[in-house]
Structure formats: structure tokens, C-alpha cells
Design a protein around this ligand. Structure first.
Ligand SMILES: [Cu+2]
Length: 752
């Protein structure tokens, strides 16, 4: 397959014999560079794409896992959230949230601890619940390539993150090899998932010239609330309109009107490519079963300008992006809101800039140097609704600012044919600040006034000077084995939402929560940056021809200084009971403590054989184990995915690829006591799926959770998706968001 946005080869860029002739400069240049490092010079002018998947033929960057177009197409069926495309990458687990807004966790670290880039841009959530997470801005149909740096990320891709890097990219622009091969092409796709009646479509058109590429794409998705497997105990309080929620329906789990549009123009001149994309996302409604609010509107505009050029001395890359977000929240229909509602608004503006040069010092040495800039400006206010929530708007964060400046340098050397080393340093300065705040009512000292006055009396500006260091080594004595290992020191400055939410009012604290545990959080301006020390080793083995079997094992250990965890709030309006209760929602203050995380990832596959009648059979599997401990308190860290194994049997015959997959997850018993995290039971799921590729069309059919098993999501968070979610005890404590019951999924994609 050449391009996967619709799962199959394209109509354009093929010569009479069907050989692909398009040039994919960005990827081609990257491939060229890794080749030139091995002493094989190739230039863009001579490099045309003639075989599928050539990108995989080049060795992955040190420390990375690459997913190409075929890998992603196979994972796309039944998925509305791009985060789910990562679900079987070794070392990755997913915090579930809204229907398009999951948060990937790498080796137990998620959200702001992971650097997530979409088409090179660091997209920032602008919401006290991180509802509009980075990957919510790209629809699964648009994702064409994913690179994950699960452990020790080179400094050139990391920065202001301690848990690894995820880079998600749409298909890079292609150019025709000659004027005669110029032409137009397009993609069209649609899907239906029976559970929740999820439907969506995606469409794209593209004009491919020798020097110009013009593109337009759009997608639309919606889903009703999904049903749990089997019966799910309903929460007692009903909806605002008194209508009951059926016992198997997960309240606030649907979304509607998720609409993405993008126009792109790319120019190629010799060995230079300039690409501009302008995109817009509008989401009309997205429910969050593990938050006390729902997203009622999200409007995102993104301008992304990228340049990539090849010179005699190496490559030059430059990126500029500008993201504008307008986000609104309130209680959706499944919640009870005392007739007042709870409107919340945010507005954010993020700018990113990067200039990076990759210099070939010799046949075997590459020096990468670069600088980065990010500015993030946030306004977060809650309009008055009367009663004790008025007459003023409540300012949660007013004129929050976070400016980041980075410089980095990294040297990669293949000093022996079998040995490659990479060593790099990055310096980062983060400046954070926020303006004075006010509560709903300045006169109500006990509810709002005292906390606001205390916050406003302080200086909010903080400057964090951080530095990162990475040393990685790869030993590949032959094609059948490869070993990688290294050490990284990574640092991350606290986010605005960890430093500046100031109110100890229980209701206000509940609204400041981006981990989905149902608790309330109070910010702490005195937080210091987290510093992680990670050691990791990986062994990768396969048969000589790389066709019969492979096995990969990674072990890692991370110690985090100043790990931002939480302690029970025992000041302001936090009750005395809050400090000790073990069976209810609580209020917490962010604090620096220390933590360690360690574990192993195993993955592998084997060809089981083939016959003329039944085609070929292969088996593959992934096992993940992670453990996270707060070494200051002895508590377990929150949301650690329990031991899990995914096994798949794959059959390929006459255009069909069919997979039977078993997922087994152990019970979650190591829980965060300070958060009253709720344990979950172990479970097993059976999924079946099949895809058929016919010329330029692809059909996917599948049944997820075939046996309709009832289970709770280990990283699903507390279920607060129905009832009176505005108050601490308005909903019974002790429920975890249940997983999706059986769903029949169908998708069709066409290329023309
Ligand atoms: Cu939100």
C-alpha cells in the first residue's frame, strides 16, 4: 500500500506498469540522509518511490518505533480516537477520556509528560480537564505515520517532557516524477460502528504536480453513548430532564459534530520543499464520563508552515505553527445541574517555532543542532450563573503565560559498522506567569475572596532553567540481532494548570482535573520542574531473512526527582475529613515528590506456515508490565496499566487479511491511595476483524468484544458521567468507567 488515508494505493503517480513514480520529498530526504550516513549517496532528484514501504527499509532512528501506512490502516477499523491507533505499540497504554480525546501513556507517564506532535506541531490542550488533547485534533483517517520514542528519546526530538515522544503525521505531500505524470487523485471513506451508532466519513482531493501539490481534506464523526458489555450498574441520580439512563449505557460517552478540514499547498524546488497547511476543527459536543463536565464546543484553527531542504552540507528544517483554540464546557444532557448549568470557557493561543540543521560531518557522523520556541497563552473563566456562582465571572487562570526556549545539539556516529552512538544535550528555559484572579463574588470571603486575595498577593512569575542529556548506543553485529541501550536525563517544567488554579472551593477544585479520577485539584505556584533519569535496554532478534520470526524485549527504569504527585488538601475550604477518608472523592494539592517507574515490554511474531487452500498464518503478541511508586510516600502512582498481553492470529489469503485477537489484562490492585483510586478486576476480550483489499478499495469489517464481556477500563478513571456531578458527593463513589460492549464495525475506503 502506498498511501493509507483511504487504506490503499492511489490512482495518480503510477506509470503504465503500475509502478509508483511519485516523489515524497520529506520522507525521501530523511531516508536519503540515513543512507548517506552509511556512505550511499542519493539525492532527491534521482530518488523516486518505486516500492511500497521503502521508509521501513531504512533503519529506524535510535530509540524509535515506526508505524507505517499499512500498520496504521490495519489498526484503524472501529477507531474514532487517534490515540487508539497506538494501543498495541509496546510500552503504550491509553487513558480513556472522551470519544476522540484519549491520552497516550508511555511506560506509565502520560499527558504533559509525553511530548506529542501532530505534523510537527506541539498542540496544546486548553482546558482544565485536557479535553482537547493533542491527538484529538487529527482524525484517525488522516494519520499516515507514527513514530514513538518510548524510552530514551534523542534530545533533538524531546524537550520539556520526561516520558518519551509521540510524533503523528499525516501523509507528506507527493510530487510527480515528470510533467506527464501530474494529475489529480482523491480518497473517500466512511465507517459505522454499531455500539453507539458511530458514523463518520473522510474525503480528500489532491492535485499532484511536478513542483506543486494542492490538497483539501475533511472528515466528520459522531457517536452516541456506547453500551457497556452486559449490564452496568446505573448511578442512582438521574438526568436534568428526569429521563433514565439504561443500565448498560455509559453516560456522557458520546460526541457529535467532530468536523476537521484542512487545505494544503506544497512547493518543491530542486531539493527544497515548502509546505503550508491551514486546518480547522469544530467539535459540537463531546461527553466525558470521567469528568464532571462535558465539552460543549471546541474550535481550533491551526496554521502550519514547514520547510525542508537538502544542501551539500546536510539538511535544514524549519517549522512555524500557530494554534488558536476556543473551548467551552457545561453539563451535557446526562448530568443533573441544579438548573444552573456550569458554563466554563477557555481561549488559548500557541505558537511553535523550530530551526534545525542536520550536518553530515563525515560519512559516519551527523551533527544535529537546533533551536525551538513555544509560547502558550491561556485564559480560563467561568461565566456567572447566579446564586453563589455570581455576579462576577470566576477567573480560574487569567492571562496565563508559558514561554519556552530551547537549544540543542546532538552527535550521531556510526564509528564501526556494528556500532552507532548518539549523544546530545538540550537546554530549556520555561517562563510561566499568570495575572490576578477573582472569584464569583468578591464579597463572599469564605467561598472565594480569601483564596483570591491570597493568590493575588503572591508573585506568580516562575523561571525554570532545565537541561536534558541523552546517551544512546546501538550494537547490530548482523542482520539477525540488534541491541540498544542508554541513559537519559529529561526535565519538564510544571504546566499552567499545575501551578495556577487557586481556589480551594470544593466545586472549583473538582473542575480542575485532567486525570479523570473524579477528585478536585488545587494548583501550586511553587512546584519545581520534574527531572527524570531513565535507563533502558532493548534486544531485538529475528531470523536472517526477517520473514519467519522476530522478538523484541525492552527493560527500563526511571527515577523522577520532583515528580509532581498530589497530597490531600488540608487548608482553605478543604474539610478535616478530606485528609483521612478512604472511600470517597477528595481534594488534592499538587506537590513535588519522588517516584520510580520500571517495567518490561515484550513483543514478537512468528510465521506459522502457509497452504494453497488457506493462505498464510502468522502469530504476534505484545506484553506490557509497568510499576510506578511514589518513593516519598510509598504509595503507588496513579493509573498504572496492569500486566497485559495481546495475542493475535493473522491469516492472509486472496486479498483478505483476517485477525483473531485476544486481550488479557490483570486486575489493577496497585492503586494511588492518596487519590482513593479504585481497583479494577482482570478481564479478557476477544476481537475479530477482517480486511479486504481490492485494487483501489479497502473494506474493513470486525467485531470488537465478541463475547460482550463486562469489564472496567483500568485507565478509564472514575465514572462521574451521569447525575449531579458538580458536587463532591453528588454521585456515588466507587464506579470505574466501563469498557465498550460488543460492537460490529464496518469501514469502506476508496482511492481514485
Ligand atoms: Cu474542557
Amino acid at each position: 500500500m502506498y498511501r493509507s488515508s483511504a487504506g490503499g494505493p492511489r490512482g495518480v503517480c503510477r506509470n503504465a506498469s503500475g509502478v509508483l513514480t511519485c516523489v515524497r520529498p520529506l520522507v525521501a530526504l530523511l531516508a536519503t540522509f540515513s543512507m548517506s550516513a552509511q556512505g550511499q549517496e542519493t539525492t532527491l532528484d534521482t530518488l523516486t518511490v518505486t516500492a511500497p514501504g521503502f521508509r521501513r527499509a531504512t533503519a529506524p532512528r535510535l530509540g524509535s518505533i515506526d508505524m507505517g501506512e499499512a500498520d496504521i490502516a490495519a489498526r484503524r477499523a472501529g477507531v474514532t480516537d487517534s490515540t487508539q491507533l497506538l494501543r498495541d505499540v509496546p510500552g503504550i497504554s491509553v487513558y480513556s477520556a472522551g470519544g476522540i480525546s484519549g491520552l497516550p501513556a508511555i511506560h506509565g507517564m502520560a499527558d504533559d509528560r509525553v511530548r506529542i506532535q501532530v505534523d510537527g506541531a506541539d498542540l496544546m490542550a486548553a482546558c482544565p480537564n485536557h479535553m482537547n488533547s493533542a491527538l484529538s485534533y487529527i482524525s484517525p483517517s488522516k494519520v499516515a505515520e507514527i513514530t514513538v520514542y518510548p524510552g530514551i528519546a534523542p534530545v533533538s526530538v524531546g524537550g520539556d517532557s520526561i516520558g518519551g515522544v509521540i510524533q503523528v503525521r499525516s501523509a507528506p505531500p507527493v510530487f510527480a516524477g515528470s510533467a506527464e505524470e501530474s494529475g489529480a487523485g482523491g480518497t473517500l471513506g466512511s465507517y459505522y460502528n454499531s455500539n453507539g451508532n458511530a458514523v463518520g466519513y473522510n474525503a480528500g482531493v489532491e492535485w499532484v504536480g511536478q513542483y506543486l501539490n494542492l490538497s483539501y481534506s475533511e472528515s466528520h464523526a459522531r457517536s452516541g453513548n456506547y453500551k457497556a458489555g452486559g449490564a452496568f450498574k446505573p448511578v442512582t441520580k438521574g438526568r436534568e430532564d428526569g429521563a433514565p439512563i439504561a443500565g448498560d449505557v455509559v453516560g456522557s460517552s458520546g460526541f457529535s459534530g467532530a468536523h476537521n478540514r484542512e487545505v494544503g499547498i506544497a512547493l518543491r524546488q530542486d531539493r527544497h520543499v515548502l509546505q503550508l497547511t491551514v486546518s480547522e476543527q469544530r467539535v459540537g459536543f463531546e461527553g466525558f464520563p470521567n469528568q464532571r463536565m462535558d465539552m460543549t464546543d471546541n474550535q481550533n484553527t491551526l496554521i502550519n508552515l514547514r520547510y525542508f531542504g537538502q544542501y551539500d552540507w546536510g539538511e535544514l528544517e524549519a517549522r512555524l505553527s500557530d494554534q488558536d483554540v476556543r473551548h467551552r464546557m457545561d453539563m451535557g444532557a446526562d448530568r443533573y445541574s441544579y438548573g444552573t448549568g456550569m458554563p466554563m470557557e477557555t481561549k488559548a493561543h500557541t505558537r511553535n517555532g523550530l530551526v534545525q540543521a542536520n550536518m553530515a560531518l563525515s560519512d559516519r557522523d551527523i551533527l544535529r543542532v537546533g533551536g525551538e520556541y513555544q509560547s502558550y497563552i491561556l485564559y480560563d473563566w467561568w461565566p456567572p450563573v447566579g446564586g453563589v456562582m455570581g455576579p462576577n465571572p470566576f477567573w480560574n487562570v487569567d492571562y496565563g503565560r508559558r514561554y519556552r526556549n530551547d537549544l540543542f545539539s546532538e552527535w550521531e556516529s556510526r564509528w564501526q559498522p556494528a556500532w552507532t552512538s548518539l549523544i546530545g544535550v538540550r537546554a530549556t528555559r520555561v517562563t510561566s506567569d499568570a495575572a490576578a484572579v477573582q472569584g464569583y463574588d468578591n464579597g463572599l470571603a469564605a467561598s472565594w475572596g480569601n483564596d483570591a486575595a491570597a493568590f493575588n498577593a503572591r508573585d506568580h512569575k516562575r523561571i525554570d532553567n532545565n537541561w536534558d542529556f541523552t546517551a544512546l548506543m546501538r550494537f547490530a553485529p548482523d542482520t539477525a540481532q540488534r541491541y540498544e541501550g542508554g541513559y537519559a536525563r529529561k526535565s519538564r517544567a510544571p504546566s499552567l494548570y499545575q501551578r495556577y488554579p487557586w481556589s480551594t472551593n470544593p466545586m472549583a477544585a473538582l473542575m480542575n482535573n485532567f486525570v479523570g479520577d473524579g477528585n478536585g485539584y488545587v494548583g501550586n505556584p511553587d512546584l519545581r520542574p520534574e527531572v527524570a533519569h531513565t535507563m533502558s535496554v532493548t534486544g531485538d532478534w529475528n531470523d536472517e531473512a526477517k520473514t519467519r520470526w522476530n522478538l523484541k524485549a525492552t527493560a527500563y527504569y526511571t527515577y523522577v526527582e520532583n515528580y509532581i504527585d498530589a497530597r490531600r488538601c488540608d487548608f482553605g475550604q478543604c474539610s478535616a475529613e478530606n485528609a483521612t477518608k478512604t472511600n470517597g472523592f477528595v481534594h488534592l494539592l499538587y506537590v513535588n515528590q519522588a517516584a520510580r517507574l520500571y517495567g518490561v515490554d515484550l513483543s514478537g511474531g512468528a510465521a506459522l506456515g502457509r497452504s494453497d487452500a488457506f493462505g498464510s498464518f502468522t502469530a504476534n503478541g505484545v506484553l506490557n508490565y509497568v510499576r510506578g511508586e511514589n518513593t516519598t510516600t510509598g504509595d503507588s502512582l496513579y493509573n498504572m496499566m496492569p500486566l497485559n498481553v495481546r495475542l493475535a492470529l493473522v491469516n492472509r489469503t486472496a486479498g483478505w487479511t483476517s485477525t483473531a485477537e485476544v486481550l488479557m489484562v490483570k486486575g489493577k490492585k496497585d492503586v494511588s491511595d492518596v487519590r482513593n483510586e479504585i481497583p479494577t478486576a482482570g478481564y479478557g476480550l476477544l476481537n475479530l476483524r477482517s480486511s479486504y483489499q481490492w485494487k483501489l478499495a479497502r473494506l474493513d469489517v470486525g467485531i470488537d468484544n465478541l463475547l460482550d464481556k463486562n469489564y472496567t477500563l483500568p485507565l478509564g478513571g472514575a465514572y462521574v458521567g451521569q447525575g449531579a456531578s458538580m458536587t463532591t458527593n453528588g454521585i456515588p463513589w466507587g464506579y470505574v468507567v466501563p469498557g465498550r460492549g460488543r460492537s460490529l464495525n464496518v469501514a469502506v475506503n476508496l482511492n481514485f
